[in-house]
Design a protein around this ligand. Sequence first.
Ligand code: 2BA
Length: 109
Amino acid sequence: MKLVVIITQKEDSKKLEEALVENNYQLTKLDSSGGFLKKKNYTFLVGINDEKLDKLLDLVRNICNKRKEIITAPDFSGTLGETLITSGTKVQEGGATIFITEVSKFMKI
Ligand code: 2BA
């Protein structure tokens, strides 16, 4: 069994949630935000049997918008380690960030 953690942009989250439910995936949706851009995003926790993983990844691929380059907002500035990040910094966003972990035990009590 796997626990799949999917971080999506707000714009894609509703569609993804609907598609997961339609395709019989059980999920928990958490409000979250990125540490870097501080923008609201959503994190899905999806527990699945291994054979459902490929279909899940296909759904995410089809729904979550492709990664694109954006320029940080004019009022954005801060440090990241020793790097100063200022307005006008280019970063990639969109798509989804996915962690796939092995579940050693699963139970409902
Ligand atoms: P944020 O942390 O707000 O990051 C937004 C985008 O800014 C990232 O997009 C990436 O392109 C850029 N970025 C983030 N940290 C950076 C850094 N240290 N140096 C340069 N650029 C940086 P994505 O990679 O698509 O990430 C989207 C969101 O997914 C992130 O929002 C965060 O909420 C989550 N995420 C991504 N990687 C993660 C990780 N390794 N662990 C936990 N959460 C992660």
